[in-house]
Write a protein that binds this ligand. Structure first.
Ligand code: PXG
Length: 295
């Protein structure tokens, strides 16, 4: 278990790591975050996660006081300080301490929090047998109101859908956008493979997070010579898919075999999905930012 938590350049013990009740991250969900993994001492796609973090911050006019390089160092230092080789890293930047008004004007300094902990993984049987999921009635936020490309601390939209998943006793829920196109799951992106062997994932403009795992899988598909396209599709294409899988930092690549009671393909993880699971696991061992002591 990670013992030390980074807050604004200092390390605190788990019980001492506290922020103000006037922090707008708490009062309004005003802030951005990232969930990152370290595998055997390598932080996977750290650069891409930081690029997304700074992009999310820019979109909400939040100025992060650390440079990208300094932030990278702070993340590496937090993992080192906790003596972890395999870790789940939660990087949070809030608007900071303000008053009881909505306006960020009164918030002087953003608060930077880095937590490095052991990761809880889905059981291996989920990877071997595939997931059963449902479509949530809750639609994904429309980009014109709150763009899902911003990984903000406002996760209520996804939490509402997650509650639906919990009530249905399944681990994930699929979310449609306001027009009925498939968007993504509560904390994972979705891919389907058609009977013709074409790989499809929704384009981010429909209202999805541009997942780091999603990008890695698109690259992996192209390397394998698969035809992968970012095209809009509906539940009809999902129900008729030969294979389906989800991607995310926590789940990596995980097969889906049943959606809303419809059996996907043959009801077992498909051939291409299995190859991509292995391909992705290999990638996590090969690339990443090495956790090295200073100097
Ligand atoms: N969509 C949404 C809405 C997400 O929150 C993904 C897709 C997958 O993106 P990445 O970049 O991880 O491939 C996410 C990621 C958590 C947790 O604690 C959630 C995410 C990542 C890590 C942990 O539930 N969401």
């Amino acid at each position: 278990m990670g013992k030390y938590i980074y807050i604004d350049g200092e390390f605190f013990g788990r019980d001492e790591a506290k922020i103000s009740v006037f922090d707008h991250g708490l009062l309004y969900g005003d802030g951005v975050f990232e969930g990152i993994r370290a595998y055997s001492g390598n932080i996977f796609k750290l650069e891409e996660h930081l690029e997304r973090l700074y992009g999310s911050a820019k979109a909400i006019s939040l100025k992060i006081k650390l440079s990208v390089k300094e932030m990278e160092r702070a993340v590496v230092d937090t993992v080192l300080k906790n003596g972890l080789q395999d870790a789940y890293i939660r990087l949070v930047v809030t608007r900071g301490q303000g008053d009881l008004g909505l306006s960020p004007d009164k918030c002087k300094e953003p608060t930077i929090i880095i937590i490095a902990d052991k990761i809880t993984l889905y059981p291996e049987e989920f990877y071997n047998n595939g997931l059963r999921i449902i479509t949530a009635a809750t639609r994904r936020n429309i980009p014109e109101a709150l763009n899902p490309r911003i990984k903000s601390l406002n996760y209520l939209n996804n939490i509402m859908a997650k509650i639906e998943a919990n009530l249905a006793d399944v681990p994930e829920a699929l979310m449609l956008n306001n027009e009925g196109y498939v968007a993504e799951c509560t904390g994972d992106n979705i891919f389907i493979i058609s009977r013709k062997g074409k790989v499809h994932t929704p384009p981010p403009y429909l209202g999805t997070l541009t997942g780091i795992t999603r990008s890695a899988i698109i690259d992996l598909c192209r390397e394998k010579g698969l035809d992968v396209q970012e095209t809009p599709f509906t539940l009809f294409e999902v129900y008729n898919a030969e294979e389906c899988f989800l991607t995310g930092t926590a789940a990596e690549v995980i097969p889906v075999v049943n959606i809303d009671g419809r059996i996907i393909g043959r009801g077992k993880p498909g051939k291409i999905t299995k190859e991509l699971i292995l391909g992705f696991r290999k990638l996590t061992k090969e690339v990443g930012t090495r956790i090295n002591p200073k100097g």
